[in-house]
Design a protein around this ligand. Structure first.
Ligand SMILES: *Cc1c(COP(=O)(O)O)cnc(C)c1O
Length: 408
């Protein structure tokens, strides 16, 4: 063997050994689970987490800068100035200012925070809504939400001790305007949560039609509309349907979006935005030892999530998210076409990236992490795929091959 090729082999061996070394934690259980996660990521089809995290450079910078040894905390209001500088609120505020116009808010009429999750955003929407209505009307509101909306809204009504009326939805999962009309108590304030993406079928409540129902009743003492847009609120601003998530066009008071769904943050996080009027009508908890107004629910808040958001705005930004939104919509249509082509009963709502279909074998359900549902109007057992960034055409093709085998 020539010296050159021997050197090459040695080099290859060293690189291999180093890579192996870098990938092992020294804990067998952790290493085994890492393999499970890496494999599982390829066929993660049933849930709306973006599995194409673009955080690698972020973590690299974070460690190299030594930030892992600094304990930052975003307690307090990022939209007001503060002398407290052991937080990332300067970045959190820029995140809110970037997103505000995407959801139809103007800079001078918006307030917001980076939340811990979509649920945390809904918690703020329902809490702020109830406070807003109580302060304006001196009455307890009734909360209306569709029976296909995310369960967090029902849980939060219970937690906040607000009377809840579940409004029936149609077969595709949209709140039925006539049912809202029937459920309305027009003598009390209306707190309504619109599902922007019902959980299983991916339906969007028709806000214009539902607003019209409410507007017909001028006797209603007060109205507050919160939009639960955890998943769809991520990509819709980057499509031609952006007016559907626009405060200006749809007249809602607040909106919640998840950060780990479309935007690609690799851990639970989110956004909450509302109008200034809503913020101003909240009880003002002036906390002397924090030297702040504490209108948000949580005291300590994560300082790293706003940094990740800010990082992604610079690295991916409007252009990148527009491309991703286009690809997601294309791949959703592609998946539906491929299912149609093999004669597999499948449905998809307008504007939705969630395709639901007759439930395949348990094998496929497990391999592809498919979420399961049941509806007799669609033949009983159902499953769905949420087409996120990592659900590519190649992966859809492999999925369809598996489904075809299942048919036989
Ligand atoms: C995912 C989702 C939620 C919950 O959001 P988390 O970020 O998981 O707390 C709420 N509503 C809708 C419509 C969702 O898609």
């Amino acid at each position: 063997m020539k010296t050159e090729s021997r050197l090459f082999l040695l080099q290859a061996f060293l690189v291999g050994a180093l890579t192996t070394f870098a990938q092992t934690s020294g804990f067998q259980k952790l290493d085994e689970w890492t393999e499970i996660w890496k494999t599982g990521q390829q066929t993660y089809f049933g849930y709306p987490a973006n599995q194409q995290s673009e955080m690698r450079d972020f973590y690299k910078w974070y460690l190299e800068a030594g930030l892992e040894s600094i304990n930052l905390n975003n307690a307090g209001d990022p939209m007001t100035d503060s002398p407290w500088n052991m937080s990332s609120q300067a970045f959190e505020r820029e995140v809110i200012e970037y997103f505000a116009p995407l959801y139809g808010f103007t800079r001078d009429n918006v307030w917001g925070i980076v939340t811990h999750s979509g649920t945390d955003g809904n918690n703020h929407g329902i809490y702020f809504g109830a406070e807003y209505l109580k302060n304006k009307t001196r009455m307890q509101p009734v909360l209306y939400v569709s029976d296909e909306a995310h369960y967090s809204n029902m849980r939060l009504a219970d937690l906040q001790n607000i009377e809840l009326r579940l409004v029936k939805s149609d077969a595709m999962g949209r709140m039925i305007p006539e049912e809202l009309e029937r459920a309305l108590d027009t003598s009390r304030p209306v707190l309504i949560v619109y599902a922007m993406g019902s959980t299983f079928k991916g339906a969007i409540d028709d806000m214009a039609a539902l607003n019209a129902v409410i507007d017909r009743h001028s006797e209603i003492p007060g109205v507050y509309r919160h939009v639960d847009a955890a998943l769809f609120g991520g990509y819709l601003p980057f499509t031609e349907h952006r007016q559907m998530v626009s405060h200006k066009a749809m007249h809602f008071e607040s909106i919640a979006i998840s950060g780990h769904k479309f935007f690609g943050i690799d851990s639970p996080s989110g956004l909450f935005l509302c109008t200034r009027d809503v913020y101003d009508s909240q009880d003002d908890f002036s906390v002397t030892y924090l030297n702040r107004n504490m209108r948000m629910i949580n005291c300590s808040r994560d300082a790293v999530q706003p940094l990740k958001f800010w990082w992604l705005i610079q690295k991916v930004g409007t252009e990148g998210w527009t491309e991703q939104a286009e690809r997601i919509m294309e791949c959703t249509a592609y998946l539906k076409r491929q299912l149609d082509a093999i004669g597999w009963p499948a449905w998809v709502n307008e504007y939705s990236n969630t395709v639901f279909f007759k439930r395949p074998s348990a094998d496929i359900v497990n391999t592809y992490n498919l979420a399961q549902g049941y509806d007799e109007r669609f033949g009983g057992n159902l499953a769905h795929v949420v087409v996120m960034q990592h659900v590519t055409k190649e992966r859809i093709d492999r999925f369809i091959v598996a489904m075809k085998d299942d048919l036989e």
